[in-house]
Each structure stands twice: as C-alpha cells, then as structure tokens.
Design a protein around this ligand. Structure first.
Ligand code: C6P
Length: 418
C-alpha cells in the first residue's frame, strides 16, 4: 500500500523537462534572418504555448457570443467560460473571492483604473508613494491624478545597485500617505523589491498598497492573501496569454466602495436619465463587452503554468539570469545596469562607446531578439545617466545554449562596431 502511494506521488510530481516545454511553443522553432530564433524579449511580451493558441481558435470556432446578455446556448456557454476563467485566476493567486478579480486590458489599464477610482477618494495634500524604478505606467497615471486633485507624488530612491532604499522609503511614509504603488520586479533592472516589508510598513500608516506584478507573476508563485497587498495587477501577454487582457486583483472591502472607472453596459444595476446605480463587483469595473476570448485564453495560460513545477522554474530562471550576467561581465567594456543581490530574469547592460540600438540591430541580424532603449523607465535612465540599455529578459523556455549563442553573437557584433 505504502509503495503504491509512493508510485502515485512520483507520477503526480511535475518534472521540469525543457525540451518538452519548448515543443509547446511553436514560435521557438521558427527562424529569423536565417538563424534559429533566440527570443530574449520576454519582459516585453512572452511567447504563447499551443494550448493558448488553440483556446483562442476554439473560442471563435465554436463558442463565440457575448457574455451576461443572452438566454441562448452560446451566450451561456461564453458566460460560463468567462466566469470559469475568473475563478481559475482567483485560485492561481489565492484571492479570497472571485469578485476580487477584475478583467482589464492590461497592467497599464489597471493602473489608470486605480488612479482614477482611488483618486476620487483623495484630497489636496494627500500623498502617493512610488519608487525610482517604476515603469511609466506606474508614474504617469499618478502624476495625472496629482495634477487634477492637488495630491503629491513622493518618489522613494534606489541605491547604485538598483535596490530600493527601504529606510528612505519608510521615512517617506506618514499620515498623509494614502497610496503606495510599487513594482514587484523592475522591468529594466530585474530587482525584486521587498514587497512584504513595503506592504507591512505602509499598512501601519493606513495606506493602500498596489503591487505592479507585470514582471513577477510569470516568474514566481503569488499568494495575494499571504502578501496582504490591497491590489495586485498583471498583463496576460507577459504570462503566456494573449494581448489585450489583464487583471486587477483588489480586496473586496476596498473595491466595493470605489467609484467605477468607466460607465456603460454591464457595470450598471439601473439606469434612468436622472440617476444610475451600479452593479455589484466585479461587473461594476468591467464596462462594455469584455475581451472574452482573451480572458479564456489567459486562464488557459494559467492552467498551463499549473502543470509545471513552478518552484523548480523559479530556481532555473534565477540561475539562467546569473549565468547570462556572469558571461556578459567577461566581455570587455560591458557594464551591467542593475546589480541587486535579489534579482531575476532580466539582465540590462551597456557597452561603453556603442549605442544600444546598434547592438540590438546586429543581434537581430543573428536571430536574437533583445530590447534596446529606455524600456519605458526614462526617469530611471536619467538616474543612471544613460539613454538606454540592451536588455535580455528570460523565460523558463530559454536555455544556457541560447545564452552562449547570445554571447558569441555579441562578441561578433562588437568586433564589427569597434
Ligand atoms: N513593460 C517591457 O518591455 P502593459 O503594456 O500594460 O502590458 O504593461 C505595462 C507595464 C507595467 N509595469 C511594468 C513593470 C512593466 O514592465 C510593463 C510593461 C514592457 O518592459 C513593455 S514597455
């Protein structure tokens, strides 16, 4: 009996088989400029497994209809699938209630929604804290709010390694702090922020904490109840799902008293020319026909992730990032931007005297996709005094062999450019 249980446990144990995983991603088997594609631009968007591509096809071939609107078979089918998708995401991030999961267009859309809706509750002199490493999506919506409301934006500094100065962050907290909105992982530096400490310290002052999870959900298991964050946001397309869909997780007790972001169909309870009353959560934040296929395909991506050994993957990605960073450091004149002791998946670098764009172009000629430029973090670039970086951003389907191809291609490119 004991032996049978052991065998069953062994069969159930998920193993990390990179060749099998790569088979699931058709695009990884294509060529660019006559070379096998090496895709190192996962921070911009991840590639999609065939299970996600099939879910989109299948939806439009046999399930397409509008949700929450019809008594007919297809409408109910689409509604059930859409609501099942919500529950899949709820379970994945361990939200307490499915109504806490709002479908959005992506992280940018979610941050704008929160800046608007939370902004309605703020007063002149209230403060919002962000950090120096934020993506423009977590800067501009708050600036726009400050301009129209008289609130003040405070920016917590980083050190030269690209780590948040936690003491300096804590010294910005006060009774005036109403919102703290920080990225979990920097898209440009790869720094993993100490969000547990940030959340705890901010809650001591009664501030609402928003975690921009655009670069973390695809690299580590997230448990929003353990974290105790008030909001956690991510984009579907960075977590192996499609573009045009994203998630705002928000604590029910906070969300149900916020003013809706947009008005229109589905978000209402009653409408008259004199007054409108709003629907319950989550619908009050989902005005208009949503991205139904996107939500279903995103849940398929999450189900796909659930078949993988996530702990092993997290370790593997960190090792791959360390390997890439160490190999890059061996090349003359390469300077790594972002040397946090706790980082993952991203390596940004510059080469003295050579523009990142030129390197990116020559790498592309050799089949390697990297991102060059400011990565939508212009204030961060200003702090480092550089116009941009070359960024490699990894996913679990990347390999050491691909890193070696990059290193050789970079050496060839530098010989041509010098
Ligand atoms: N960063 C990158 O190449 P959207 O565009 O809405 O899906 O995600 C916005 C966003 C918000 N926060 C962080 C930390 C991000 O990294 C991003 C997107 C991409 O780094 C595109 S600029």
């Amino acid at each position: 009996m004991g032996f049978l249980i052991f065998v069953a446990a062994m069969i159930a144990k998920k193993t990390f088989n990179i060749e099998a995983i790569r088979e699931d991603f058709p695009i990884l088997h294509t060529s660019v400029n006559g070379r096998p594609l090496v895709y190192f631009d996962n921070g911009a968007t991840s590639q999609k497994p065939k299970q996600v591509i099939e879910a989109i096809d299948n939806y439009y071939e046999s399930e397409n209809s509008n949700v929450h609107r019809g008594v007919h078979h297809l409408s109910q089918l689409a509604t059930n699938k859409y609501e099942d998708a919500r529950r899949t995401i709820q379970q994945y991030i361990n939200a307490e209630h499915s109504e806490e999961i709002i479908f959005t267009k992506g992280t940018t859309d979610g941050l704008n929604m929160l800046a608007f809706s939370i902004g309605q509750t703020l007063e002149v002199g209230d403060e919002i804290i962000i950090t120096e490493m934020e993506h423009h999506s977590n800067i501009v919506p708050w600036q726009m709010l400050c301009e129209r409301s008289g609130c003040k934006l405070r920016v917590a500094p980083i050190n030269s390694k690209g780590e948040l100065k936690l003491d300096a962050f804590c010294s910005l907290l006060s009774d005036r702090t109403k919102v703290v909105s920080v990225t979990h992982i920097s898209n440009t530096l790869g720094t993993i922020n100490p969000i547990e400490e940030i959340i705890e310290a901010s809650h001591r002052y009664g501030a609402v904490v928003i975690i921009d999870g655009a670069q973390s959900i695809q690299h580590m298991k997230i448990d929003v109840q353990t974290l105790d964050c008030d909001f956690y946001l991510f984009s579907g397309h960075k977590v192996f799902g499609p573009t045009g869909i994203g998630i705002v997780y928000g604590k029910k007790k906070i969300m149900e008293v916020l003013t809706p972001y947009q008005g229109g169909g589905d978000m209402i309870e009653t409408v008259s020319f004199e007054k409108t009353t709003y629907n319950v959560l989550p619908y009050r934040f989902e005005a208009g026909t949503p991205n139904i296929a996107g939500a279903i395909a995103l849940s398929r991506a999450i189900e796909y992730l659930n078949t993988l050994p996530l702990d092993e993957i997290e370790k593997y990605e960190k090792e791959l990032q360390e390997y890439a960073q160490n190999e890059l450091c061996k090349i003359d004149d390469v300077r790594i931007i972002g040397k946090a002791s706790n980082k993952t998946s991203v390596v940004s670098f510059i080469v003295d005297g050579i523009h990142p764009f030129d390197i990116g172009t020559l790498l592309d000629k050799q089949g390697i996709a990297v991102r060059t430029g400011h990565h939508c973090t212009q204030p961060l670039m200003k702090i480092y005094g550089i116009p941009g970086t070359i960024r490699i951003s990894l996913a679990f389907y990347n390999t050491k062999e691909e890193v070696d191809i990059l290193i050789n291609a970079l050496k060839r490119s530098l010989q041509m450019l010098r």
